[in-house]
Design a protein around this ligand. Sequence first.
Ligand code: ZN
Length: 244
Amino acid sequence: MSIRVTVWNEGRHEQKHPAVQKVYPNGLHQPIVDHLNANGFTARAATLDMPEHGLTEEVLDQTDVLTWWGHMAHGDVSDEIVERVHQRVLLGMGLIVLHSGHYSKIFKKLMGTTCSLKWREADEHERIWVVNPGHPIADGLGEYFELPGHEMYGEFFDVPTPDELVFISWYPGGEVFRSGLCYHRGRGKVFYFSPGHETYPIYYQQEVLQVITNAVKWAAPSGAAYRLDAPNAKPLETLKKREE
Ligand code: ZN
């Protein structure tokens, strides 16, 4: 069965800003959904303004990996849905957090830190270095790839030290940024990937789509079926009574 992906998008910039509408006439999620569906995945979109933000129990039951893009309306995401997504991640659902999703409620909850970073909108080209060439998320990439123009995201990025670091970005203004980070939370895998400012056609770029595709495969549920609800355990061996 193909990996089932729900591509979540806040979807507000596309409604309010003509410049964003021009780049993403069908929403910022659409090129990601189209690319995944064309490459053997089963992808669908969900947006903030849908009932339950499009993340009903039924949708999550059919989601192996959730991707998350949000920016101007993090506060409009209901705590109940954040809690629901958080539980799903701990139970094994993959989560890929994109760009300004670093400040989403779900990412901050999973990280436990402020997730703050430096930023600047100065149309800089970004060079993204692969610093973990054997990692599955770097499959098919060269030593680096570039975004012709992007927003700068710089260190210090206040997140826990990642379990694996895959990309580091460099900018002409001098900053660097850990732009591809892997975490394990419970049984779930979480990948943060920084490209995707809404005014640039970044989600049409081949290398970016390749990374998202690789990350979906990496983050898909795997591993042993442990219970995470603190079960009382019967001994596997016969226990001797301790002598008084
Ligand atoms: Zn941005």
